[in-house]
Design a protein around this ligand. Structure first.
Ligand code: C2E
Ligand code: MG
Ligand code: MG
Ligand code: MG
Length: 291
């Protein structure tokens, strides 16, 4: 009886894996055309100063509008793009879109940063800094407004080359951020060796930090460490107001998450900037009390 059950289960797993690989093959086959046909688009997640709620930046998150399958998220196709060499093309599209939108926000009188996720794979690509410089120039966006996010796992796989590419990106004037901090296997040494500018605490530590003492301790000590190292610190996965207040009290520079705003269009970011500009004058005090 037991053997049968095990065999049955093995069958189920194998079946599932087949379905997944069929889907993967299909996505992989379609991805090349997706880049050329403009099926990729970008959503932005706003970032605020948790103390003032002012919008200070936005993270670009790629999406794929597949003609038959509908919307496909990055977790489903970025790994495929990385393995097939298509990721450079995807990144070029996202960078171009993100800087075009940043140029619009800046033209409207605001100065948010824009963050773009870089695949680990690209950190070994010596053409990357040249591409970044070219796109910045084309859209006339100051390099200081661009943040490039890299994941810890990406940093570890080839530290020597990553270091060289990071150095060249920073030499352009861009900031470099360590994404999903705390979930990779990177030793703390990589933080100092790479000379990054920003640390993004993974949302698995931030979400629920109010209820969970261990998470709260991790977030607090990470914020403190980052500050003492002279790094900007961003908390991801802020899902409620008490968490945002707690982060403000800890001295966390930037908050991002569902409570701040979900992934939205560039126009929606502009609306939010208009409502929550750091330099906006406070509402005038009414001269006479309204009755
Ligand atoms: P990430 O860079 O850590 O981005 C944050 C992800 O968490 C986004 O998912 C975002 O929608 C989600 N998120 C943000 N706040 C919350 C929250 O409060 N609760 C929950 N449950 N989720 C939240 P998304 O857009 O599906 O992106 C997933 C990952 O795909 C990203 O993680 C990033 O690593 C990667 N990615 C996205 N866009 C690109 C891209 O253009 N290039 C590359 N190479 N990777 C990308
Ligand atoms: Mg990111
Ligand atoms: Mg992240
Ligand atoms: Mg992530």
């Amino acid at each position: 009886y037991q053997a049968k059950q095990v065999r049955g289960r093995a069958c189920t797993y194998a079946g599932r894996r087949d379905v997944n690989s069929i889907e993967r093959l299909r996505l992989l086959g379609d991805l090349g055309r997706a880049v050329d046909r403009g099926e990729l688009f970008v959503r932005y997640q706003p970032q605020v100063d948790p103390a003032t709620d002012a919008v200070v930046g936005a993270e670009a998150l790629v999406r794929w509008r597949h003609p038959e399958l509908g919307p496909v998220g990055p977790d489903r196709f970025i790994p495929l793009a990385e393995r097939s060499g298509l990721v450079a093309g995807v990144t070029a599209v996202v960078l171009d879109r993100a800087l075009a939108d940043a140029a619009r926000w800046h033209a409207a009188g605001f100065a948010p940063s824009v963050s773009v996720n870089l695949s680990a794979r690209l950190l070994t690509d010596h053409d990357l800094p040249g591409l970044v410089a070219e796109v910045l120039r084309r859209h006339r966006v100051a390099a200081s407004a661009l943040v490039l996010e890299i994941t810890e796992t990406g940093i570890v796989s080839d530290p020597e080359r990553a270091r060289a590419v990071v150095r060249r990106l920073r030499a352009l004037g861009c900031s470099v951020a360590v994404d999903d901090y705390g979930t990779g296997q990177a030793s703390l040494t990589y933080l100092t060796d790479l000379e990054v500018d920003e640390l993004k605490i993974d949302r698995s530590f931030v979400t629920g930090m109010i209820q969970d003492r261990a998470r709260a301790v991790i977030v607090r000590s990470t914020v403190q460490m980052a500050r003492e190292l002279g790094l900007r610190v961003v908390a991801e996965g802020v899902t409620d107001a008490p968490t945002q207040r707690a982060l403000a009290a800890l001295g966390c520079h930037t908050a991002q998450g569902e409570h701040v705003g979900g992934p939205m269009s560039a126009d929606a970011v502009l609306d939010l900037l208009r409502r929550r500009d750091p330099r906006a004058a406070p509402l005038p005090v009414p001269v006479s009390p309204r009755t």
